[in-house]
Design a protein around this ligand. Structure first.
Ligand SMILES: *Cc1c(COP(=O)(O)O)cnc(C)c1O
Length: 465
């Protein structure tokens, strides 16, 4: 394909994108295909001869699109959101076209410098203290793994990268039972092990860990010769939004000289609204590492995960490696690949620059405030349905409910709702019972879309009875 043809198809795809988004409301939210349906339509062997783009694109419409679940659908209320706003898509088109590797300052000076500035824009937007720096990673899972590796190195005097973990005492990491599975996996792959991830039951109205219980667990481990390495707090857990009280946890960490990380992958975006910070982020400024995903609720499409660091030195001492072929000469510059596990890096800051400039912080705040308000309104409407119960109250824009009946009835209702296609919900578990989760966070959703959840839930539940 030559570049003139590229320009022609690129315009077609832009038109396709606008049509797609304008007609999304008419499609079922969750893909209505059976496993294997799509693979059966794909050629089993690679083509020998070139095919033309018109054929490829028409197959895309005919084969691929029916097999997509529409994350950008205004009535997507499952999991957490994955917004792709128009300015962010445009920025990604530019990034894809230039396709630079942004591992070192020298390999992409603009990407490196803009990354530093975007981290600082977001630091200000979230009310984090002056002097906090950070790095953009692909996912919260990677940022959390980086923080856990830093905990491991710091607790072993920065020796375990060299010597491995054998012969060391057992390193221990503490968190609540509301954390995301990425925390478990970070402990697996860092060599710390699941058995050394101490989970403390979340209690109270927001299911946070109790600081005294945490302190007692650390003391008991010390008495047993274990090596406490770090504490991971959760701010907005995936299941039901469980959130730790940060300030008392920080005090425990300080008392035992432990490294701290906050997983705010989803809820962090809401902290651009100052009114939520008191409830969810009191004490955040003292944490060593904080992760939040602009690729969830802020409008930048995957992947874009920001890890803030109070002092990057321990993470750099954990992850930095400088073989001869990566050395650059000249002035001292930031090489962000030294802050993270992968070497290669995409130019992720550009979509933040496009996004934040296009909407302004106020435009982004308005969306998040609406989502929270509409989720609260919807929870009241579902509470009013006879026999229905709100199991966990709204935490920001996430709540969970149950219809009358047992666990199997909950799953039957979720499946029937998703087969219907007008809205998309997923199930979760809370205190041993199955619950139905609702989160509001899609950028194009309206109050009417959100309130429609009640109508669909009631209608489908009646039909199942
Ligand atoms: C989504 C989520 C994650 C994982 O995020 P990735 O960027 O997909 O790795 C981790 N923690 C919480 C609380 C989340 O909501």
């Amino acid at each position: 394909m030559n570049w003139d043809e590229f320009a022609k198809w690129s315009k077609e795809i832009a038109d396709w994108g606008a049509r797609y988004h304008k007609t999304l409301r008419d499609r079922p939210v969750r893909a209505q295909t059976k496993p294997g349906d799509i693979a059966a339509q794909l050629s089993r062997t690679p083509p020998k001869e070139p095919e033309d783009m018109a054929t490829i694109l028409s197959d895309f419409d005919a084969i691929v699109m029916p097999g997509m679940t529409h994350w950008q659908h205004p009535r997507f209320f499952a999991y957490f959101p994955a917004n792709a706003t128009p300015p962010s898509i445009l920025a990604e088109q530019l990034v894809n076209t230039v396709a630079a590797q942004c591992m070192l300052w020298q390999t992409s000076p603009a990407a490196t410098e803009m990354e530093g500035v975007m981290i600082d824009w977001l630091r200000q937007a979230l009310g984090l203290p002056d002097g906090m720096t950070g790095v953009i990673q692909d996912s919260a899972s990677s940022a959390t793994l980086s923080a856990v590796l830093t905990m491991r190195e710091r607790a072993t005097g920065f020796t375990s990268n060299r010597t491995g973990l054998s012969g060391q005492g057992q390193l221990r990491i503490y968190c609540s039972d509301q954390v995301h599975s990425s925390i478990d996996r970070a402990c697996w792959v860092s060599g710390i092990g699941q058995d050394n991830l101490v989970k403390i039951k979340g209690t109270g109205p927001r299911f946070g860990m109790d600081a005294r219980t945490l302190d007692a667990a650390i003391r008991s481990d010390l008495a047993n010769g274990h090596i406490p390495a770090g504490i991971i707090a959760i701010s907005g857990g995936t299941g039901v939004g469980g959130s730790d009280d940060l300030a008392p946890i920080l005090a425990v960490a300080r008392a035992h000289d432990l490294y701290t990380h906050v997983d705010a992958a989803w809820a962090g975006a809401a902290m651009i609204c100052p009114e939520f910070r008191d409830r969810y982020w009191h004490g955040i400024a003292g944490f060593d590492s904080i992760v939040f995903n602009p690729h969830k609720w802020l409008g930048a499409q995957f992947d874009c995960s920001v890890q803030f660091l109070r002092d990057p030195t321990p993470q750099l001492n954990t992850l930095k490696i400088e073989p001869e072929y990566l050395k650059t000469t000249g002035e001292s510059v930031t090489n962000y690949s030294e802050w993270t596990i992968p070497l290669g890096r995409r130019f992720r800051a550009l979509k933040l620059w496009f996004l934040i400039r296009s909407y302004g912080l106020e435009g982004l705040q308005t969306r998040i405030r609406n989502h929270v308000m509409w989720a609260e309104e919807l929870a009241e409407k579902i509470r009013a349905l006879s026999g229905f119960e709100i199991v966990t109250e709204p935490m920001l824009s996430l709540f969970s409910f149950r219809c009358p009946g047992d666990d199997a009835d909950q799953q039957r209702l979720v499946d029937a709702i998703n087969d219907d296609g007008r809205i998309y919900l997923t199930q979760g578990a809370f205190e041993g019972r199955k619950v139905i989760r609702v989160q509001v966070g899609q950028f194009e959703t309206t109050r009417q879309d959100v309130l429609m959840v009640r109508t669909v839930v009631e209608e489908i539940w009646r039909a199942l009875k």
